[in-house]
Design a protein around this ligand. Structure first.
Ligand code: URA
Length: 434
């Protein structure tokens, strides 16, 4: 087999066989095929796409390039939840404890934030002492004992994807749906949970800017998951405005805990409930949606979800008193309001990307993987799409350590667009692909 023939085959719109795809991935991982040929191949895929069979073969080749996490040591039905990333996306911090309180084993390996989107691991590290690095055995023991754990990726999962992603990043081939779908699913399938719940974000603050491409991505991922014999569901959710009110790290932990207590922002709470319901039905804990809704609401009302969160924090060496005393989260004490001046109007748009960038300016996010971040800073949105604003109302509150305050304020102001007409609030759940 010669790589140049496979490039030509793909360039001409033909389908590659499983054997050919394995040849490409193995050759690249073993450094037998150079970057320039893989770059050319990726561009051919970008323009010609891949069939379902090719996507599955591509996913399998990447997941077989590394280790798998053997979750068979965990008793009961396991579930993994994955989000494509957004601004203010703290969903895992609420969904995982609630689903665990309802009897699902939630074993989650998470990532750090990059660019304007935050990462669950960074958020968790704003809890004093919280350890995101556990050995595989500690991880399994914890999930068996208390039903949940969120850790950083320990095993060497899908190294081929890591190499390809870095190459795609510099060759203009990131935005290819078959490549994104197989990249995400190779890591999910290697993590070996019985069920996979995907949150595909759509809008300004997300990877997928429009509903049609998000839908194609969601369908591709569900297909790959199903062919790999994992029960998979994807929900398309809005990311045109930030999710919930808090954007940052410690401020998002505070909001997640409040949500587990039943006091969270409405949009965020509804989205979390929807995910838990999906998980409970998918995992066979509940027969239908209404049974699942009842169970989920009960886990909020009787605070069993909050107790699961508390147990997780304690098991992972964090200070579980943060659940009752937010002072321990060390949220910055320096706050600056962003004030609205003008005639009464409704918030028509609140650009998630601008808010994510404003939070980065304050120090809450990182531009490169190596940068450190300030966990104590962030933004709390006092007004969101659909809200009425009057002269001198606070639009948002910046929690700062005096870094880039004016620039961040400007960005926040830029994010808001107003209308004299009444504006509907945004429904966060756009579609569910099963
Ligand atoms: N996230 C991934 O893991 N891979 C992609 O290709 C895009 C987003």
């Amino acid at each position: 087999m010669r790589m140049v023939d496979l490039i030509l085959k793909k360039r001409n719109g033909e389908h590659l066989t499983e054997e050919e795809i394995h040849y490409i991935i193995d050759g690249y991982t073993n450094k037998k095929i150079p970057d320039y040929q893989i770059s050319s191949f990726l561009m051919a895929v970008y323009f010609q796409g891949m069939s379902e069979e090719e996507q599955l073969a591509f996913t399998n080749a990447m997941l077989n390039s590394g280790e798998k996490v053997d979750l068979s040591k965990i008793k009961g039905v396991t579930c993994d939840k994955h989000s494509t990333g957004g601004v203010g996306d703290k969903t895992s911090l609420v969904v995982i404890p609630l689903a665990s309180a309802c009897g699902v084993k939630m074993a989650k390996m998470s990532g750090r934030g990059l660019g304007h989107t935050g990462g669950t691991l960074d958020k968790l590290e704003s809890i004093p002492g919280f350890k995101i690095e556990l050995s595989a055995d500690e991880f399994f023991d914890q999930v068996n004992a208390i039903g949940l754990s969120i850790i950083g990726q320990t095993a060497n999962i899908a190294p081929a994807d890591k190499l390809l992603y870095a190459l795609r990043d510099v060759t203009g081939t990131i935005e290819s749906i078959p490549l994104i779908a197989s990249s995400i699913m190779s890591k999910k399938i290697a993590s070996c949970a019985d069920t996979i719940v995907l949150d595909v974000k759509v809008g300004e603050g997300a990877f997928m800017k429009d509903l049609k491409s998000a839908e194609t991505l969601a369908k591709a991922m569900v297909k790959i998951g199903t062919l790999a014999k994992r029960k998979t569901v994807a929900t398309l959710t809005d990311m045109s405005e930030p999710l919930g009110d808090a954007v940052g790290n410690a401020v998002e932990i505070r909001e997640a805990i409040e949500t587990l207590k039943g006091n969270g922002p409405k949009d965020f709470t509804e989205l979390c409930i929807s995910f838990v319901k999906e998980i409970l039905v998918l995992c066979g804990i509940c027969k239908n949606d209404s049974e699942a809704e009842k169970m989920t609401l009960e886990a909020i009302n009787n605070r069993s979800g909050l107790e699961k969160f508390r147990q997780m924090v304690k098991w992972q060496h964090g200070d579980e008193r943060v659940c009752d005393d937010y002072e321990l989260l060390h949220i910055s004490k320096v706050t600056k309001p962003v004030i609205y001046h003008g005639e009464p109007k409704y918030v028509e748009k609140l650009n998630a990307l601008d808010i994510g960038e404003a939070a980065m300016l304050l120090g809450a996010g990182r531009e490169t993987k190596e940068e450190s971040i300030d966990l104590s800073v962030g933004i709390v949105l006092n007004k969101k799409v659909g809200d009425l604003v009057k002269d001198n109302d606070v639009l948002a509150t910046l929690y700062t350590n005096n870094k880039n305050i004016d620039l961040a304020k400007e960005k926040v102001i830029e994010a808001y667009k107003f209308s004299e007409q009444k504006v509907e609030r945004i429904n966060k759940i756009l579609e569910i692909v099963r």
